[in-house]
Design a protein around this ligand. Structure first.
Ligand code: GLN
Length: 305
């Protein structure tokens, strides 16, 4: 499997040239757009990487899956879905359009920015510091990486330019979807997006989800099967934003992208995949990463359909 995946990666390297880096978070344009790496973490413990899999990048929207699982564990399904919907939007990840035109005003799903900001606000903690500590601890456990932390420059860069997200948060506060200090809730969201990882960390989160909320290496259960299934389902229907349908046709596996160029993909009961390819398509998904995952899925017949 390793040799074939490394071969497919090299074949897809040329696709990095067709994408571009996100300019709205200035710090992210300092990356080499031609990077492409992948790491596989199987449930039987076998792991390997190809290409630039050691490259460090920020989780960005991949973190939305983690906060969703934590918010579901903290509050239960009923409460979470009283504030965030279950439907894809077909719009870009930071769109505000549907918040105003659909009544009652409620983000369509937890994978778009509005939904993710709302989800983060539901995580339990008496202060934003406690919420943040809980998110980081949860991730450090899942990845078996006690050194996981934020990339401060990316965090400051996003916080100082994140006015679209600020607008979303204040709107959500106005309609009662988030309570408390909007700036504090946003701060936790910006921090979770700036967590620095490599492909191995992402592959291990994916294998944890593929294993329905149980850390494969230790057998420790952190998330209920039901909540892990919810996470996988949202990844499939909304994880690649307005590219989710096409990705489901071509790759057929639950996946979540981030504007840092990462993609986390889950092959249920089998393996987790972490990909990095910072050059993005117009929908904000790694252009070479998407193609590489589609090729791998076809080669190894991984589609869940
Ligand atoms: N931090 C980014 C934002 O809020 C995350 C978006 C993404 O990765 N698609 O805009």
């Amino acid at each position: 499997m390793k040799n074939k995946i490394c071969e497919l990666l090299e074949k897809n390297r040329q696709n990095t040239k067709n994408g571009s880096l996100p300019t709205y978070i200035p710090e992210l344009i300092k990356t080499d757009p031609e990077i492409l790496g992948i790491y596989i973490s199987k449930l039987n413990g076998e792991e390997f990487g190809c290409g630039n899999y050691k490259h460090k990048f920020t989780m960005q929207s991949i973190s939305k899956v983690i906060t969703l699982m934590l918010a579901l564990e903290d509050n239960g399904e009923k409460f979470v879905f009283s504030k965030v919907g279950m439907e894809p939007t077909g719009d870009s990840f930071n769109s505000m359009m549907k918040l105003e035109i659909v009544t009652p005003s409620k983000p369509f799903n937890p994978m778009i920015n509005a939904g993710a900001i709302a989800v983060t606000s539901m995580i339990k903690g008496i202060s934003s510091k406690e919420k943040w500590d809980r998110i980081l601890d949860f991730l450090r456990k899942i990845t078996c990486n006690p050194n996981l932390d934020i990339n401060k420059s990316v965090y400051i860069s996003e916080k100082s330019t994140g006015d679209k997200n600020r607008a979303l948060a204040y709107f959500l506060k106005d309609v009662g979807i988030i309570v408390g200090d909007a700036e504090d809730q946003l701060n936790v969201y910006f921090m979770q997006c700036s967590i620095e990882v490599d492909c191995c960390d992402i592959a291990r989160i994916a294998s944890f989800i593929a294993n329905n909320g149980i850390i494969p290496s230790s057998g420790e259960k952190l998330v209920s099967k039901k909540n892990a299934i919810i996470a996988k389902t949202f990844m499939l229907t909304c994880g690649m934003y307005d590219g989710s349908g096409e990705f489901a046709i071509n790759a057929g596996i639950p996946a979540k992208s981030g504007v840092g160029g990462g993609i986390m993909a889950v092959v249920p009961n089998n393996l987790g995949i972490g990909v990095i390819g910072p050059a993005l398509d117009i929908k904000g998904n790694s252009i070479a990463g998407v193609k590489l995952l589609s090729d791998i899925s076809k080669e190894f017949d991984l589609s869940i359909f």
